[in-house]
Write a protein that binds this ligand. Structure first.
Ligand code: F0G
Length: 374
């Protein structure tokens, strides 16, 4: 039953008798154990937290439901954000669900097609600005300070509050915190939220440890790694094309307190992980999400030993958000087939043979876990 994060985690959130208990069924997302690439990446146990399974297709919904509930509780009737795509889609969805006025600003030409289509479908007030996400966010911050409109970017503390529930779910599912959490970093709200969630659960005795937080930025958009803002961030992963993260300091705290790292991966590494995740695990995440898996691959190649570790990668959004990139990356010829059974049998002869041998091998080599984790 998908009761939503406000109800499920009400004891850990700032819920008052006046908080509207809204839900579109966000949270309670699958934690799927890797069957193939764990081996390749040298991980004892590797899991993927599928945040693309949230109602609007990304983790943003966990924070948005909380921010919107608190905005309504405070008497607000309008919400606003700047976005690289997912926050705007989520805000517009929850805005429509709650009958609020929603205003979103997105950098022109920088948003993946699926996110734009999605935001438009909810019919918010949407504006494209000729500038970067960082510049759009500065405008939104100034505007919302001046007008009675609630900012729902992750600067809104309730966004972080809602998003920390993903860490709770991981501990609830695994029975303890993992050894490592790999997560893409853009505006740095999510790494901040996860760290808070792991710390809170640990201090309540719900876990014996806290994970090392392993944040990954894209190489051309890695201000935290480089130690200075980047005026014109670049990467194929448009969701994390951010040059001056709002939660920069908090991300450093998460890194330092957890003995973790914030590092970067190249676009090539991101795309390799994006393809590997889909073709070898059946998980279609968006490019930004693949930065977490690319991070494991990079460190593993560099000699870090995860062989007796439990590792979780956060897959922050669904691959359907960016259909253009998915088609570009498919690089596979489409086979034409006449409408003729004989021709089909001939075309598939080798495929069927190969599948029989593969199947035997898969059953032998890869254990089927007795119970799904989710
Ligand atoms: N992954 C996806 C799919 C995202 O959409 C974002 C951020 C991140 C990772 C990074 O998370 O910003 O908390 O460090 N997207 C924002 C947006 C900025 O506007 O949708 P973060």
């Amino acid at each position: 039953m998908r009761e939503g994060v406000l109800k499920r985690y009400r004891d850990f959130l700032e819920i008052t008798p006046n908080t509207p208990m809204i839900s579109m069924g966000e949270g309670n997302t699958p934690l799927v154990r890797s069957r193939f690439i764990a081996n390749e990446l040298g991980c004892g146990e590797l899991y993927f937290k599928l945040e693309g399974c949230n109602p609007s297709g990304s983790f943003k919904d966990r924070g948005m439901v909380m921010a919107v509930a608190k905005a309504i509780e405070a008497g607000s009737t309008a919400i606003m954000c700047a976005s690289t795509g997912n926050t705007s889609a989520s805000a517009a969805a929850y805005g429509a669900y709650c009958g609020l006025t929603t205003i979103v600003l997105v950098p022109k030409g920088e948003i993946a097609a699926g996110k734009m289509a999605q935001a438009l479908a909810f019919r918010p007030n949407i504006m494209v600005v000729s500038g970067t996400f960082d510049q759009a966010l500065t405008m939104v911050r100034t505007f919302t300070e001046k007008y009675p409109v609630t900012l729902v970017n992750s600067l809104n503390p309730y966004r972080i509050e809602g998003q920390k529930t993903a860490a709770f779910e991981i501990v609830d599912d695994l029975g303890d915190a993992p050894d490592y959490l790999f997560i893409p970093v853009g505006n740095a709200g999510n790494i901040t939220a996860y760290w808070r969630g792991f710390c809170e659960y640990n201090s309540l005795g719900k876990s014996t440890k806290r994970p090392r937080m392993m944040g990954f930025q894209a190489e051309g958009s890695a201000p935290i790694v480089r130690g200075e803002p980047i005026a014109e961030p670049k990467t194929v992963a448009s969701a994390i094309r951010i040059g001056n993260p709002a939660s920069w300091k908090q991300a450093l705290t998460a890194r330092d307190e957890s003995d973790g790292i914030i590092d970067s991966v190249s676009d090539d590494e991101i795309l390799a992980a994006y393809k590997m995740l889909a073709s070898k695990e059946g998980i279609f995440g968006e490019p930004a999400s693949a930065a977490s898996v690319a991070g494991v691959a990079k460190l593993s190649r560099g000699g870090m030993d995860f062989s007796d570790k439990r590792v979780v990668c956060v897959i922050t959004g669904t691959g359907l958000k960016d259909p253009d990139l998915a088609s570009q990356q498919a690089d596979m010829p489409l086979q034409e087939l006449p409408l003729d059974l004989g021709a089909m049998e001939k075309a598939l002869e080798e495929v069927v043979k190969e599948s029989l041998s593969l199947r035997a091998k898969a059953i032998e080599v890869i254990p089927w876990y007795p119970e799904p984790i989710c």
